[in-house]
Design a protein around this ligand. Structure first.
Ligand code: EZ4
Ligand code: CO
Length: 409
């Protein structure tokens, strides 16, 4: 089944997305997501200028071979741009293979291991009443697990708080990347954060009871000893996980955190290969793998990564913010349904314009996602709608401390 065309479609309905569409000689098409927030055009160029010419004439069925060829023949390995481009090709080829088989992708991955995929949503507030309202609103939408992010007294702008005003004048709602010419500057104070956060979780537990799974994202801002202190302080509130507590390029740092706390740890949304996890998994320093299918080389690489994690009782917690397109999200759901060591799936919901461009068949009912029964991954791209939303430059914000030092955002 020869590939006859591969098109890169960059669109910006609610935000920028990079989509690869591969077409075979029999007219089957497959979609892959290569969106890399704030660096979208680099992936588009990597695909258009360097990968598309290599795809024409290849057999679409040989997915493992395509993956190995793209990874090894570039010579320059790994990195977010390369691995997002490989992911786009990989997911598009799996979409094609599953369409050719007349089956939803999860069937080709071994079939369903569960009936639904537990998802968590993002609640947040500038103060406790606003946070409680946000948690209630998520419960009403069906969510059964909730990530809790909060403003901190003394800090003007904190990642993940929807109602705080963003630098582009909009709500900081679904999308931290802002359509402004320079990255927005936010501020940070780890000691103020560490003082404030445990009280917020105490209040949330008192209001919502012991059962509701609660998560929190530290967004790489702590040192190992600060992260250890936070994990310990949060133990009474029984978190489902503490995410990205340190910038884990240094995997060994997690040893220190692990020795001090029983709060479960999740990490990896900015990682892009299994090598980023080698120490973390072998030494059982984490509990959940946070990689995105879109940023970690697609289904082929994620399946191997999650099988490796399974040997150590480490589960999946696949990254699913709005900057993963519905194509990347659908790919994640097929994997979530098929693997044994599924943990939880992040799900923020896309905006209305995104849903016009990407026709989706996955469902969200009573807190559980399901990829649906359409052959393939179950997402179709409306190219006319996509053309109505051309690329718009947008940057993620960054942090400076009070003395002007750049800090992890
Ligand atoms: O900040 O995807 O857990 N989710 C997150 C995300 C990331 C964005 C960056 O593009 O941390 O919201
Ligand atoms: Co995160």
């Amino acid at each position: 089944m020869k590939i006859v065309a591969a098109d890169v479609i960059v669109s910006s309905p609610d935000r920028n997305f990079v989509t690869l569409k591969i077409t075979t000689e029999d007219g089957i098409t497959g979609l892959g997501d290569g969106t890399l927030n704030g660096r979208e055009l680099s992936v588009a160029s990597y695909l258009r200028d360097h990968v598309v010419p290599l795809l024409i004439g290849r057999d679409a069925h040989n997915i493992e071979d395509a993956w190995q060829f793209l990874y090894r023949s570039a010579y320059w390995r790994r990195g977010p741009v390369t691995m997002a481009a490989i992911a786009a090709v990989d997911v598009a080829l799996w979409d094609i293979k599953a369409k050719a088989a007349g089956m939803p992708l999860y069937q080709l991955l071994g079939g369903a291991s569960r009936t639904g995929i537990m998802a968590y949503g993002h609640a947040s507030g500038r103060d406790l009443p606003e946070l409680f309202d946000s948690i209630r609103a998520h419960l009403e939408q069906g969510y059964r697990s909730i990530r809790v992010q909060t403003s901190v007294p003394g800090i003007n702008a904190v990642y993940g708080v929807a109602a705080q005003p963003a630098a582009d004048g909009k709500r900081y709602d679904y999308e931290p990347a802002q359509r402004i010419p320079l990255p927005a500057e936010e501020d940070w104070d780890t000691r103020a954060y560490l003082r404030h956060l445990p009280g917020v979780f105490e209040a949330v537990r008192a209001e919502f009871g012991p059962e509701l799974p609660l998560l929190h994202d530290g967004h790489h801002r702590m040192t190992p000893i600060q992260a250890a202190k936070l994990g310990k302080a949060l133990e009474p509130y029984d978190l489902f996980w503490l995410e990205d507590c340190t910038p884990a390029e240094n995997q060994e740092a997690l040893r220190l955190v692990r020795h001090h706390t029983t709060t479960p740890l999740a990490i990896g949304e900015i990682f892009n290969t299994v090598w980023d996890y080698q120490t973390l998994i072998r030494e059982q320093l984490i509990d959940y793998v946070r990689s995105a299918v879109t940023h970690t080389g697609g289904i082929t690489a994620m399946r191997k990564l999650l099988d490796f994690a399974a040997q150590y009782q480490i589960k999946s917690g696949i990254h699913g913010p709005t900057d993963i397109s519905p194509v990347g999200m659908a790919a994640a759901l097929h994997l979530d349904l098929a693997i044994h060591n599924f943990g939880i799936q992040e799900y923020m919901r896309h905006g209305p314009l995104t849903n016009e461009v990407f026709r989706q068949s996955f469902t969200f009912v009573d807190g559980y996602l399901h990829p649906g029964e359409q052959p393939g991954i179950g997402v179709e791209l409306d190219e006319e709608a996509a053309a109505r939303f051309p690329y718009q430059p947008a940057y993620l914000p960054f942090n400076r401390l009070k003395d002007g030092t750049v800090h992890d955002w």
